[in-house]
Design a binder for this molecule. Structure first.
Ligand SMILES: Nc1ncnc2c1ncn2[C@@H]1O[C@H](COP(=O)(O)OP(=O)(O)OP(=O)(O)O)[C@@H](O)[C@H]1O
Length: 259
């Protein structure tokens, strides 16, 4: 196992006067795809934002051995690529220019005048997200799923060591759900630490190396998909039963009934 790249020690996040995240400790290495799961309101988005230094927190938080709070905003934006939930762009910019916004932390302020390195990163992200055919279309005219892929490509264009994606497949059809999880898995295999928030326990089981289960702001399970999505955690945390099996050496979890 490679050395931890991201470390949180007793991380606590207060929102609206109460601790929404309470004493979360974890370490994570580059090369891993981690699924962050939990019921509605458990604190997944809050934890993801806090890990990127987008929310003030108490406790320890380091990235690459440095305190996240010690990093200048631009340096933080280079270390953490963050895909917010339900991301929308309201300006009718061409898809390619929206993806180029991902190079802003690297100093690219004008999509029409990208350096060669920035242009190559944008082209890589567009290709990975299967957007070449949409490159010149105004982003406002795309379908919800197409917009999601643009947001994903913008995030990938950062080429950051840590990728934090909040429900990246929520509005995608099954083909692109599998494609996007597959590409995030390849991004992890290429050396990034990828954390994905999802309600799709089947995709979490199928693609994640490790699953973090959050309940009422606490990290209650940190384990393999088999451990984290076993019968007891599903009943106690998610209040469901599931059909569990395996295919091609991968765990299969199909939510079955509410308990
Ligand atoms: N700005 C805010 N002010 C007050 N409370 C907030 C704020 N943002 C989040 N919360 C509360 O913090 C808790 C965790 O919210 P969060 O969005 O992190 O949960 P989540 O696990 O991502 O939920 P979901 O699965 O529904 O997206 C919720 O109870 C929510 O009401």
């Amino acid at each position: 196992m490679t050395a931890p790249y991201l470390a949180a020690e007793e991380l606590t996040v207060a929102v609206g006067g109460r601790d929404v995240i309470a004493g979360v400790s974890l370490t994570a290495s580059r090369g891993q795809l981690i699924a962050l799961v939990g019921p509605n309101g458990a604190g997944k988005t809050t934890l993801l934002r806090a890990l990127a230094g987008l929310l003030p927190s108490r406790g320890g938080l380091t990235v690459g051995g440095e305190a996240v709070t010690s990093l200048a905003p631009r340096e933080r934006a280079k270390r953490f690529a963050y895909l917010p939930q339900g991301h929308v762009v309201h300006w009718p910019l061409p898809v390619r220019d929206v993806v180029a916004l991902g190079r802003y932390p690297h100093g690219a302020v004008d999509p029409a005048r990208l350096s060669r390195g920035d242009a190559e990163a944008v082209a890589r992200a567009m290709r990975i997200a299967d957007l070449d055919a949409l490159a010149d279309r105004p982003v406002t005219e795309l379908s919800g799923g197409e917009k999601s892929r643009v947001a994903l490509a913008r995030m990938l264009a950062v080429e950051a060591p840590v990728v934090l994606a909040d429900e990246p497949v929520a509005s995608l059809d099954p083909y692109y759900q599998l494609e996007v999880l597959g590409l995030l898995q390849r991004t992890a295999r290429a050396g990034a630490l990828v954390v994905v928030v999802t309600h799709d326990l089947g995709l979490a089981a199928r693609f994640a190396d490790r699953v973090l289960v959050l309940a009422a702001g606490r990290l209650v399970i940190d384990g393999t998909p088999e451990e984290a999505l076993g019968e007891d955690p599903l009943a106690e945390v998610f209040r469901i039963t599931a059909w569990r099996g395996g295919a091609a050496d991968q765990p299969v979890v199909v939510p079955w009934s509410a308990v």
